[in-house]
Design a protein around this ligand. Structure first.
Ligand code: ADP
Ligand code: MG
Length: 348
């Protein structure tokens, strides 16, 4: 059988890297994005611009593809569900529906007896006052948040009255954890009990945005095994197909908590392009296109830093060493805090 043509919804850097990985294994890609200036249009075989509720454009998209996947979870569920009636969508829209809502996501995780931070649903400001035990805490929008957007730190009870938040959307109030470390585990699931899992990646954030990722993570053997066990359990219980990332918190007492699940390839896994025989991107393509599962092997330890905003200009002029790999996302506007590129350094 000829290779399937893969449709990808979303045209950011994750879409670009998925398209590049696909092209490496001779899978053609059609990218559908609501941004006409999407970086991924440089890498896809076909690029379609359209709003995510534009039925005509969606039709044009699905007519050209065999399988549909996504580069980010904030695509309207209705759109995904409509596509699912005609084409194979992986991961399944029902999974996206749970994970794109922070409250449902946390309920699901806790239903597996996996710990998250303590949390409560918040509909209006006065609800925050009911849960003083969760302060210091972070108020997070239940939907459409990313890179710390839609999050408000609340350090004390007095700060509640001063909050200038539009409670049009629902929020989740989460108790703040005294973080010792953050790690993430990336797993690609091909089917029942069939998966490839990467070792935990250690992550450092700045202003709630990922700044640096590295392998190996400097954590105990016990935490390595437990985080991997939880990532596998989550992907099995979701009956997930493709690459998924679980973000974890580790507190001062070495307690492990799941922070959130990304039903897609993840920023912390960019280093797998250079550290492993098969990257998180290629694995995602292999799983959703039902290609052969290949055992992953780590060739190198590695670290990755994100390049934000204007800093990209410095990197664009830089000379790199042989063990340094610079990725420019080719975004037109270097807005402040916008992810513009990354640099991975491999170590023997
Ligand atoms: P996003 O969806 O924007 O990635 P996260 O919920 O992962 O949002 O939060 C971004 C970062 O903010 C986390 O990686 C962590 O560094 C910090 N953070 C978020 N929630 C908490 C918490 N409850 N306690 C301590 N730090 C937190
Ligand atoms: Mg996060």
């Amino acid at each position: 059988m000829a290779n399937p043509i893969l449709g990808i919804i979303g045209g950011g850097q994750l879409g670009s890297m998925l398209a590049q990985a696909a092209s490496k294994i001779k899978i053609k890609t059609v990218i559908f994005s609501d941004d006409p200036e999407s970086p991924a249009k440089n890498f896809a075989d076909i690029f379609i611009f359209g709003k995510y509720n534009n039925e005509k454009k969606i039709e044009e998209f699905i007519n050209q593809v065999d399988i549909v996947t996504l580069e980010f979870e904030n695509i309207p569920y209705q759109t995904l569900n409509k596509i699912k009636k005609l084409k194979n969508v992986q991961p399944d829209p029902e999974i996206i529906k749970v994970i794109q809502n922070r409250y449902l996501e946390k309920q699901f995780i806790n239903s597996l007896n996996i710990k998250t931070t303590e949390y409560k649903k918040i509909k209006e400001k006065k609800d925050v006052k009911l849960y003083k035990n969760l302060i210091p805490g972070i108020l997070k929008t239940t939907t459409l948040g990313y890179d710390g957007k839609g999050q408000y730190k609340i350090n004390s009870g007095e700060e509640i009255d001063k909050l200038e938040i539009d409670f049009k959307n629902e929020f989740v109030l989460e108790k703040k954890i005294d973080l010792k470390k953050e790690i993430s585990v990336i797993v690609t699931r091909f089917g029942k009990n069939s998966f490839e899992i990467y070792e935990p990646i250690e992550n450092l954030h700045k202003d709630q945005i990922l700044n640096l990722s590295r392998i190996p993570a400097k954590v105990s053997k016990e935490l390595i095994l437990k985080s991997q066990e939880w990532a596998i359990l989550i992907s099995e219980k979701l009956d997930y197909i493709g690459t998924l990332c679980v973000e974890f918190f580790i507190d001062k007492f070495n307690n492990l908590y799941v922070n959130e699940i990304a039903p897609r390839v993840h920023n912390s896994g960019h280093l797998t392009i250079n550290s492993h025989n098969i990257s998180q991107f290629e694995n995602h393509i292999r799983a959703v296109c039902r290609l052969e599962k290949i055992k992953i092997l780590k060739n190198y330890n590695a670290k990755m830093i994100n390049i934000l905003g204007q800093d990209i200009e410095i990197y664009r002029k830089k000379n790199f060493k042989k063990n340094e790999y610079f990725y420019d996302y080719l975004k037109k506007e270097p807005k402040e805090k916008r992810k513009m590129g990354h640099l991975t350094t491999i170590e023997n």
